[in-house]
Ligand binder design. Structure first.
Ligand SMILES: [Fe+2]
Ligand SMILES: [Fe+2]
Length: 190
C-alpha cells in the first residue's frame, strides 16, 4: 500500500526528470504496470502504477554512465529526502536494475523488470511501420522481432522473459503491454 498519490508521484518525477524522452518512457512503463496490476494485483493498481512512473526517478541525477550500480539507490535517496519511506516502492525501483544489488523476488518486482524493456521494445517495433503507430503492430511481429537479437539490442530479452515468473505468458504480456500503451498512445507519441 502507498500513501503517495499518483499526482504527488508525478510532481516528483517532473521535479527531478526534465528530458521529454525520459518522461514519456516513465508514462509508458506506468501504463504497462497498471495493466499488469489489473491482472495480477488489482488492489495495488495505484502502487504498481507509481512504481512504473518513478522507476527511473534518478535518470538525470545518478552518475549511472560511470557506475550503473548507482541507478536505483539514488532514486531511493531522492524519495527519502522527500520524506517518502516506502519499502515496497524502493525495492521495486532497485529491482528493475539488478546491477545495483537487488534481484527481483516479488510479483511486482518481476513485473517491473519485464515492463521496463518491453515499453522501449514496443516503441521500436512501432517505428518499423510506415505510420509508426503502435496500433499497427501485431503480436506476431513483436515475437518475431524479439528473436532477432540485433533488433532493439538495448532491450534486455532476459528481463522481458522474467514476466513468466508472475504467471503471465509471453503472449499475454505482449497483449497487456500493447493495450496499456495504446490507452495513452497520444501522450507517448505512438
Ligand atoms: Fe532504469
Ligand atoms: Fe526505464
Amino acid at each position: 500500500m502507498t500513501d503517495l498519490t499518483r499526482q504527488q508521484a508525478h510532481d516528483l518525477l517532473t521535479k527531478y526528470v526534465k528530458g521529454e524522452h525520459y518522461i514519456t518512457h516513465s508514462y509508458a512503463v506506468e501504463a504497462i504496470m497498471r495493466g499488469l496490476a489489473k491482472r495480477l494485483a488489482p488492489q495495488d493498481e495505484e502502487l504498481w502504477a507509481i512504481c512504473g512512473l518513478l522507476h527511473d526517478l534518478d535518470e538525470e541525477t545518478a552518475p549511472w554512465r560511470e557506475d550503473m550500480a548507482t541507478h536505483g539507490p539514488v532514486a531511493v535517496q531522492i524519495l527519502r529526502s522527500e520524506g517518502i519511506n516506502n519499502p515496497v516502492l524502493e525495492n521495486a525501483i532497485m529491482a528493475h536494475n539488478p546491477i545495483c544489488g537487488k534481484n527481483p523476488e516479488t510479483t511486482l518486482e518481476f513485473a517491473i523488470i519485464a515492463a521496463d524493456p518491453m515499453s522501449g521494445f514496443l516503441k521500436a517495433v512501432a517505428q518499423i511501420y510506415p505510420d509508426k503507430k503502435l496500433a499497427s503492430v501485431k503480436r506476431k511481429s513483436v515475437t518475431k522481432r524479439f528473436k532477432e537479437t540485433r533488433f532493439a539490442a538495448g532491450a534486455n530479452r532476459d528481463f522481458m522473459m522474467l514476466i513468466e515468473k508472475t504467471g503471465i505468458s509471453w503472449d499475454e504480456f505482449i497483449d497487456i503491454a500493447m493495450a496499456s500503451m495504446l490507452e495513452i498512445a497520444d501522450e507517448i507519441g505512438l
